[in-house]
Structures are given as C-alpha cells and as structure tokens.
Design a binder for this molecule. Sequence first.
Ligand code: GRF
Length: 193
Amino acid sequence: MTQKVRIAIFASGSGSNAQNIVQYFASHKSIKVEVAFVNNPNAAVIERMKTCNIPIFLFNKKMFYENNDVLDALTTFSIDYIVLAGFLWLVPSNIIESYFNRIVNIHPALLPKFGGKGMFGNNVHEAVLKNRESFSGITIHEVNHEYDKGKILFQAICPVLPEDTVETLSHRIHKLEYLHYPKVIEAWIALNY
Ligand code: GRF
C-alpha cells in the first residue's frame, strides 16, 4: 500500500476550520491529517483536536523563530504539507524554504484587498464593513515570506449586506471556508504530487 500524504495543520485560535479539515480527510484514501501545531496553550483548537484524536504539538516563539524545533518536529512527523487555519504568526524562512510551495493559508477576504499584517479575524470583517464593500469572500493561497502575498489558488465571493455586522459577515465567510478549504487542499495536493 502506498503511504498517505501527511498534513500538519497550524492554528492559533478557535480551530473550526481545523476541525472541518480533519473531519473531511478522516477517511480519505490518500491524505491524512497527522498533527496540529498550536502556538497558544489556551486556544480552543486544542480541545477540538483532542475530540478528533489528533495529536497537538505546542510551541512558542523561541521554538519557531530562534531555533529549528518546529522544523525538526515537522520532520519527525514526516509532514509533507502544511495547512494554516487561523494561524497568526508569520512563518519563518527555515520552514518556508523547506516546504516551498507546500504551505497553504486561508484568508477571510478577497486578497489583495484587506490583507497584510494586522489583518486577521474580525479586523478583516470590520475593515470590509467600514469600507462599505458590496462583496467579500475567501482567498486560499500559498504562503511565502510576507503576510497574505503568496500565489492565489482559489477565491469565492459572497455578498456584504447593508445590515451586516462583524458577526453575520464572519458567519457567512466561515460557511464558505468550510465548503471550499478542504476540497481546495485536496486538489492542490493532487496537482502537486
Ligand atoms: C478564518 O476566518 C480564516 O480565514 C482566518 O482565521 C479564521 C480562523 O477561524 N485565517 P477558525 O479558528 O478556523 O474558526
């Protein structure tokens, strides 16, 4: 039997996308979520991963930016692809170079608008509403040395309604994320492999 492609998910917060991805690939014939890398010991994603029987690798800034601990752990887990799902730190160059074209992220807006440092979570939706945009959406992109600047793989749009709040818009965007992110990951890996 051929080995499955092994994914590591990186997450910092709630982890609803992480859980959705784990569930999508749970009985997949060729792709497996192996581990979740988490940089926040209080993140809700930890409980979510426990309920899905996914091991957690918890790390801090020093392990990420000052030595090779995170990269070494990726090697130990024999990780082929990295999926960022609500992960807030910029990925350092040792990992970008080792996983060139094999790191993907999801952004809750239509890049190149509303991206860059500080543009995460509800900040993005607040900016979209403040700017009175008629549409928002999701962008799935490869990850490079800069926030939200890697090659765009996929976008999907949704309307922004006049009565929208950060909560209603975030809810609509999350639904788009759950629908598309696992399938885009699956297709991207199939094309790369
Ligand atoms: C998502 O909206 C994603 O686009 C962004 O961070 C949010 C994470 O949400 N990168 P969750 O933790 O998956 O619920």
